[in-house]
Design a protein around this ligand. Sequence first.
Ligand code: HEM
Ligand code: NAG
Ligand code: NAG
Ligand code: NAG
Ligand code: NAG
Ligand code: NAG
Length: 350
Amino acid sequence: MSSLLRSLLAALFCAAFLQGYAQLTPDFYSESCSNVTNIISDILVDAFGSDIRIGASFIRLHFHDCFVNGCDGSLLLDNSDTIVSEKDAPPNKDSVRGFDVVDRMKAALESACPGVVSCADILTIASERSVFLSGGPEWAVPLGRRDGTQSGGLDIVMPAFFDTLDVLKRKFIDVGLNDNTDLVALSGAHTFGRAQCLTFIQRLYDFNGTGESDLTLDPTFARSLRRLCPMPLDGNTTVLSILTNLDLNTTDSFDNRYFTNLQSNQGLLQSDQELFSTPGADTVEIVNNFASNQTAFFESFVESMIRMGNLRPLTGNEGEIRLNCRVVNIPAPSIAISSSSNDAYLASSI
Ligand code: HEM
Ligand SMILES: *[C@@H]1O[C@H](CO)[C@@H](O)[C@H](O)[C@H]1NC(C)=O
Ligand SMILES: *[C@@H]1O[C@H](CO)[C@@H](O)[C@H](O)[C@H]1NC(C)=O
Ligand SMILES: *[C@@H]1O[C@H](CO)[C@@H](O)[C@H](O)[C@H]1NC(C)=O
Ligand SMILES: *[C@@H]1O[C@H](CO)[C@@H](O)[C@H](O)[C@H]1NC(C)=O
Ligand SMILES: *[C@@H]1O[C@H](CO)[C@@H](O)[C@H](O)[C@H]1NC(C)=O
C-alpha cells in the first residue's frame, strides 16, 4: 500500500479515535436540545409528587448503568430476541426501579428534539437533579454519551451488600474509580432511598456464623430491624421484600447524616458500616471528615459523580441515540454484519 494511503488511513483512524474518546461537555446539547435539563427536571418534579423515593431510584439506575459496560444505558434495555436484560440480574431484579419515569422523559425529549438525547444522558441529568431537589449540591453535568446496543446480561458484577471492604475496594478499582474517596463519597448516596430486608437480614440473627447480630450494628437499631424483618419461617419469604430507610435520620434528604449514622453504628447495610468499622481502614478518616463537614462531602460527591458518569462513555459515532430506552434501534446482528462488511470493503480497496 502506498505511503499516502497509509497516512490517510492513519489520519482516519486517529480522527475516529479522537471522536470516539471525545470529551463529554456540559453544553453538548446547547444547540440541539437546549431545554433538555428543564424537560427532564419537570417530569422528575412531577414524579416526586407521588413518589418521594424516585430521586434515590434514579441515582441508583445511573450507578448500575455506569458499572456495567460504562454509562451506556445498557441497564434500560428490556428482554428481546437479541437482549438478555440486566434488569433480571441478581443485583437488579425486583430492586431497581423508575423505568416508567425514564420512558416519560424519553418521550418528552423525542417530541422536543427527536433522536438527539441519549438514554445514558437522561440518567445522568436526572441523577444530578434528584440530588439537588433533595437538598444536595448541583453541578454542571458533562454530556454527550451515546447509547450502547448490548446488554451485560445476567452475569453482571456489582458491589454487593455482603461484600467485605476489600472486595468493595477491588470492584471500584476494577471499573476505574478509586477505592477511598470515590467509594466513600458515592456510598453517601445511601443518604436517601430504601432497602429491602433481604439486603441486611444477614446482619440481624446469625451474622457470619457468630450466632448473634453484627457487632458493628447498634443493638437498639438491630432490635428494631429484627421487629421489621422477622426470621423468614416455613419458606415464607414475603418478609424479605419489606422496605426500610437507608438513612434512618433524614430519610429523604440528601445530606451528610449517612456518615454520622455510620459513626453511631447505624449504617443499614454491611457494606455501609464497613467503611467506618473496618479496623485500620483508610476509609474511616474520610467518613469522619464527611460526618463533620457537609461541604467536604458535597464537594467530593460531585467530583466522584462526574468520575462515575465518565466511565467508558460511547461518544462520536459509537453506539446510537436510542429512540426508546428499552430497545436498541437496530438489533445487534445487523450491526455486526454491516460493520464487518465495511471492514472487508476497506481492506479490499487498499
Ligand atoms: C458501595 C457499594 C454499594 C452497595 C453494596 C450498594 C447496595 C445497595 C443495596 C443492597 C440497596 C438496596 C436495594 C434493595 O433493597 O432493593 C441499595 C440502594 C440504593 N443505592 Fe446502593 N450500593 C452501593 C453503592 C451505591 C452507589 C455508588 C450509589 C449511587 C451513587 C448508590 C445509590 C443507592 C440508592 C440511592 C439506593 C436506594 C434506591 C431506592 O430507594 O430506589 N449505591 N444499594
Ligand atoms: C423548556 O421546557 C419547559 C418545561 O418543559 C417549558 O415550560 C418551556 O416552555 C421550554 N422552553 C423552551 C424555550 O422551549
Ligand atoms: C467472617 O468470618 C471469617 C472467618 O472467621 C472472617 O475471615 C471474615 O472476616 C468475617 N467477615 C466479616 C464481615 O466479619
Ligand atoms: C407470609 O408472611 C407475610 C409477612 O410476614 C404474611 O403477611 C403472609 O400472610 C405470609 N403468607 C403465608 C402464606 O403464610
Ligand atoms: C438517628 O435517629 C435515631 C432514631 O431516631 C436516633 O436513635 C439516633 O441517635 C440518631 N443518630 C444520629 C447520629 O443522629
Ligand atoms: C470543610 O471542607 C471544605 C471543603 O473541603 C473546606 O474548604 C473547609 O475548610 C472545611 N471546613 C472546616 C470547618 O474544616
